[in-house]
Design a protein around this ligand. Structure first.
Ligand SMILES: Cc1ncc(COP(=O)(O)O)c(C=O)c1O
Length: 390
């Protein structure tokens, strides 16, 4: 069917605008050869662009769990949990996560994106003021929009700014932050967030997507890394698609908060439950995360982060963050894109992040580490970066 004229005009104008701003994106298919290797156009590339931080997506126990679950139970859950898609495996995983986090209750969603949209739109409404960190993830921004709340954006990790904005509102208040920021790679100060929330009577929602599994002695995430228990926040969300190597997301909190989500979070109510092999894979991953093997993988991730930062500093680059997401700041978006291209020619995937995804003066190569990288991957990348920037 041909497009009516106004729609053809709309589609053309949108494409022209993207191209003019240098924002046209394309899919670049490839085959995943292992946790850190991607084959594109018959070339094997070392990827520093993934979130499989512990390499669990291809861990034998995680693969085996998904495969045997598919064999025994099939794949799709068949319906949303509230209709007929609630399987014992979902409930078992929720209990396992709640026990690992030390929280009262957990609720699974189909992805981390669904969780944040669901939590924010269920708790915030037109009478709520939401204070949101300027570097929060898009799923938080979209959840805020859907909630119809009044949203104020505070300067990155500036908790006095957040406090002042929250204090100016008469009705219900909600404070929301990533714990480990996905672009800048730095961590929120959860103790400070907790104090602001307590003093202003705000509901504190934290997104631990990049921290769960990768940080803290037992892998509980940024709260554990900072010596805090779960009572530091009202709701903690996270994803099963990064360190857990699977797909899905969860929210943890008290029984009454989770009960509200189960009844009112639309992405939970109106979307099919997570597939059973994904749930089994996540369960196997969390068993590893909480074990001595998980601890060793986290240590390895830390060691690799140190090696990478020291190496790029030796060549005069500035880095940010403190964990397994390593932004390498580059002067100007064009230079960042050119460097990323040259690195790919040298065999490394190191994506350039530029405005609007990065602040206007802060283009970067964003390097994501995995415990599955070896020392030679890191050293090779450092050498290629130094050679490409000459
Ligand atoms: C901070 C943060 N929260 C949530 C998500 C969404 O998670 P998922 O990929 O499971 O939808 C992401 C994904 O990149 C993220 O970086």
């Amino acid at each position: 069917m041909s497009l009516p004229d106004p729609w053809q005009h709309f589609v053309n104008a949108r494409r022209a605008r993207r191209v003019e701003r240098g924002l046209e994106r394309i899919l670049r298919p490839g085959t995943r050869a292992s946790g850190t290797r991607i084959i594109r156009n018959s070339r094997e590339l070392v990827s520093f662009a993934g979130n499989d931080y512990l390499g669990l997506a291809s861990h034998p126990a995680v693969r085996a769990a998904a495969a045997s679950c598919a064999k025994e139970f099939g794949v799709g859950a068949g319906a949303s949990r509230l209709i007929s898609g609630a399987h014992d495996l979902h409930a078992q995983l929720e209990r396992r996560i709640a026990a690992h986090r030390g929280s009262e209750r957990c609720l699974l969603f189909t992805s981390g994106y669904h969780v944040n949209v669901g939590v924010l739109s269920a708790f915030a409404d037109a009478d709520t003021l939401v204070a949101s960190d300027e570097l929060n993830h898009a799923s938080i921004i979209d959840g805020c929009r859907l909630s119809r709340a009044k949203v104020v954006v505070y300067k990155h990790c500036d908790y006095e700014h957040a406090r002042a904005m929250l204090a100016s509102h008469q009705g219900r208040r909600l404070l929301v932050s990533d714990t480990l920021f996905s672009m800048s790679g730095d961590m929120a100060n959860v103790g400070e967030l907790s104090r602001v929330a307590r003093d202003t009577g705000a509901l504190l929602v934290l997104d631990d997507a990049h921290g769960y599994g990768t940080l803290g002695g037992s892998g509980r995430g940024v709260l554990e890394e900072q010596g805090l228990d779960e009572s530091a926040a009202h709701i903690v969300t996270a994803t099963l698609s990064k360190a857990c190597g699977s797909l899905g997301g969860y929210a943890c909190g008290s029984d009454d908060l989770i009960e509200l989500l189960l009844n009112e979070a639309r992405p939970f109510m109106f979307s099919t439950a997570g597939t059973l092999p994904d749930i089994s894979a996540a369960m196997a991953a969390i068993v590893i995360i909480a074990s001595a093997e998980g601890r060793a993988l986290r240590e390895r991730l830390k060691t690799l982060g140190k090696r990478l930062r020291e190496g790029v500093h030796r060549h005069g680059f500035e880095t940010g963050g403190e964990a397994h997401i390593v932004p390498v700041y580059i002067d100007g978006p064009e230079r960042a894109v050119a460097l990323s291209r040259r690195l790919e020619e040298a065999g490394f995937i190191a994506p350039a992040i530029r405005p609007p995804a990065a602040p206007w003066n802060r283009s970067m190569l964003r390097l994501c580490l995995s415990a599955a990288h070896d020392d030679a991957d890191i050293d090779g990348l450092i050498q290629a970066l130094a050679a490409s920037s000459r």
